[in-house]
Design a protein around this ligand. Structure first.
Ligand code: BTN
Length: 270
């Protein structure tokens, strides 16, 4: 039997992100708790971890499915010292931190990022997703809640078929069970460093470009009700996806890549 995870040992008062860690055996959504904590004294940077979310949210109104006790579901609320126009870069930086933390535990896996912030295998199987919820008041980015879900020890063989068709787990790519608390420690260190760099004015975009898996591929992007097809042509300096469509090049700051030709379907697992 696996020993109970000791999440509190991951807390580090020297960090702004993850200076303390709050564990819930069960919660609605860790993002909601992290947002509420931001209004409490000392709540900035609290890492809220749950073994099970009963109302976990994904991007674009989806739910985030993750069985109890095998994955990492964590949220951190911060008050970033950033211009609201840099909110996209915060998502890019958080995706890089998530990828780097995953790579630290599975160094032989070729992990990539699918814009805007999915961590995937080289063939497009999703390992982690990120939900960034921000608030802007009087033209200032007053708060940001970064919610991250990583499939850690949820074996692909245990996933429902519709999830296994496009996802895998870190344990599957590493070939062994992994320590979720060690992963959280890497993640909080990386997030803390990325946030500090961004606030100093350093751009994460070049590093993002080096691990982005879309360039030159035919993709379909969902924009609300609309679908837009084209060839991915890179990442702009503000983190937007450049897409060459029949009507010319567009820069997308929002949206979700829902298909990548030759990269998503039928090539799973890693
Ligand atoms: C996505 O890929 O659609 C984003 C998934 C984000 C899931 C995480 S799990 C922790 C945090 N709490 C939530 O309710 N959602 C995020």
């Amino acid at each position: 039997m696996t020993a109970a995870a000791d999440w509190s040992r991951v807390a580090d008062p020297a960090r702004r992100v993850g200076r303390s860690v709050e564990f819930h055996a069960e919660i609605g959504s860790t993002n909601d708790r992290a947002r509420a904590a931001l209004r409490e004294p000392g709540g900035e940077g609290l890492a809220v971890v749950a073994d099970l979310q009963t109302a976990g949210r994904g991007r674009r109104g989806r739910s985030w499915v993750s069985p109890a006790g095998v994955n990492l579901t964590v949220s951190v609320g911060i008050r970033p010292l950033l211009d609201p126009s840099h909110a996209g870069l915060l998502g890019i930086a958080a995706a890089l931190a998530t990828r780097d933390a995953c790579a630290a535990l599975a160094p032989d896996a070729k992990l990539a990022i699918r814009w805007p912030n999915d961590v995937v295998t080289a063939r497009g199987a999703k390992i982690a997703g990120l939900l960034l919820e921000t608030a802007v008041e009087d033209g200032r980015l007053t708060e940001a809640v970064i919610g991250i879900g990583i499939n850690v020890n949820w074996r692909r063989s245990e996933m429902p078929a519709e999830i296994a068709a496009r996802a895998t787990s870190l344990a599957d790519v590493a070939g062994r069970e992994l320590d979720r608390t060690a992963l959280l420690a890497f993640l909080l260190d990386a997030l803390d460093a990325e946030l500090a760099a961004l606030e100093r004015g350093a751009s994460p975009v070049d590093r993002f470009r080096s691990v982005s898996m879309l360039d030159g591929r035919r993709v379909v992007v969902e924009l609300g009700e609309e679908l837009l097809a084209g060839i991915a042509a890179g990442i702009a300096d503000d983190g937007a996806l450049l897409l060459d469509t029949d009507a010319g090049r567009v820069a997308l700051t929002i949206g979700e890549v829902i298909s990548v030709r030759d990269a998503v379907r039928a090539e799973v697992p890693a």
